[in-house]
Design a protein around this ligand. Structure first.
Ligand code: CUA
Length: 421
């Protein structure tokens, strides 16, 4: 019988590659991206990373041991001459009590080493620890195709109900936050890689998770369960604020939408429309790059803070008033609510303070006037299958156009929505 000898060259390359990859992992290279599970910023994500690393170490140990034995056997017993190759194989045997019991024990030991931290952290990550429970802040997150609704049950607005926002979840930093997970349609999954994740939002099931941001910051979230056409761009953001700033944010959010008062209109005088003629970009309502401005991409937290403040000098009250009129006339209010202005809709995100968000289209686009123009002008381009287009702008069954917006109308809507700080 011939025993073909195995060339070791590819194996050596593979080993070198794995070693380099492993070193890169250890040094944290490439692992600090916005959705990295290695760059943890809270105790829940840290506990999950710990379990992962224990598993990696144990399995790496097994890999090295088994690999060494395999390499040794391959080298030591390889055929070295034609006579070797043509020799009969040595007598075959199986069943060695000592070898078998050692292998079984070693395997059990490895599993036990992994099981201890796993079980401990399953309990830890399941709910806010007993001693912190009284200080936990409660929020309800609901998944929609394809965006997130956030409700603050502790913040009741007179005659309205709890405070509701969309796609940007603002939380207090350094404080446990307990999040109820719901869905109105299919299964989604709530995931903020640097803080905690992931737990599914399942129909007719009251799931929850908890997280805590060690420090104030801007964190990226993502739906982590396939939920239809635009699942991959069903994103959200988590903004963690120090206690005082969080309280101030809540107070502002509870206010009804900012209004363009007659006084503001008068003060603005006859500011020429030309300055605000068009938010339309060269892309003609369908820009290609999904990335944001360099400032936003490098420091989104600073960009978020900037977004909270209105600059009346840059606003055109006439255009804003026209936008508000169009919001009604074009029936936007059927799906969206702008509390204090118009709106009864609950099928789309609440837009009461949409101008103060850094993103639109569920974290897909930076919230700038040109981007908002692109989004309103051509929502199906950025989020295929979305309900604003299919069912709002066009009838999905017949393809018949229901709402038609010209450039001037989109501009006015953008001016209005951007004014809602
Ligand atoms: Cu929602 Cu994927």
């Amino acid at each position: 019988m011939r025993h073909p000898s195995v060339s070791l060259k590819p194996a050596r390359f593979l080993c070198a590659f794995l070693l380099l990859a492993w070193l890169a992992l250890l040094t944290g290279c490439w692992l600090d991206g916005p959705q990295s599970t290695f760059d943890v910023k809270g105790p829940v994500a840290r506990a999950q990373l710990d379990v992962f690393m224990v598993t990696v170490y144990v399995t790496a140990f097994i890999f090295v041991v088994v690999g060494s034995v395999l390499a040794f056997a391959t080298l030591r017993f390889k055929a070295r001459s034609t006579a070797d190759e043509q020799a009969e194989p040595p007598p075959q045997s199986h069943g060695n009590f000592l070898a078998e019991i050692s292998l079984v024990s070693a395997s059990v030991l490895c599993l036990v080493i992994i099981a201890f931290p796993t079980l401990k952290n399953i309990w830890f990550t399941y709910d806010v620890p007993e001693e912190q429970r009284t200080s936990a802040y409660e929020i309800t997150a609901t998944g929609y195709q394809w965006w997130f609704r956030f409700e603050y049950p502790g913040e009741q607005i007179n005659g309205v109900g709890p405070l509701v926002t969309g796609n940007e979840l603002v939380i207090p930093a350094s404080r446990p936050v307990r999040i109820n997970l719901r869905t109105v349609d299919v299964i989604h999954s709530f995931w903020v890689p640097k803080l905690a994740g992931k737990v599914d939002m399942i129909p007719n099931r009251a799931n929850h998770l908890w997280l805590r941001a060690d420090e104030p910051g801007y964190y990226y979230g993502q739906c982590a369960e396939f939920c239809g056409d635009s699942h991959a761009i069903m994103r959200f953001r988590v903004i963690a604020l120090p206690a005082q700033e969080f309280a101030a944010w809540l107070a502002n959010q509870e206010q009804p939408a900012r209004a363009v008062t007659p006084a503001v209109m008068a003060a603005a005088g006859d500011r020429p429309h030309a300055v605000f003629a068009s938010f339309k970009t060269a892309g003609g309502g369908a820009g290609d790059a999904l990335s944001g401005s360099p400032e936003f991409d490098t420091n989104p937290f600073a960009a978020w803070k900037e977004k909270q403040v209105a600059d009346p000098a840059l606003e055109n009250p006439v255009l804003i008033a026209e936008g508000r009129r169009l919001f009604q006339q074009k029936t936007c209010f059927v799906c969206h609510t702008i509390r204090g202005h118009e709106g009864i809709g609950v099928t789309g995100p609440d837009l009461t303070h949409v101008g103060a968000r850094t993103t639109i289209a569920a974290g897909t686009l930076e919230n700038t006037p040109p981007r908002m123009y692109d989004w309103i002008a051509n929502p199906n381009y950025f989020k295929p299958g979305n309900k604003m287009y299919n069912g709002g702008y066009t009838d999905p069954a017949t393809g018949q156009q229901l709402i038609n917006l010209n450039d001037a109308e989109v501009n006015a809507l953008v001016a209005y929505l951007q004014s809602l700080k």
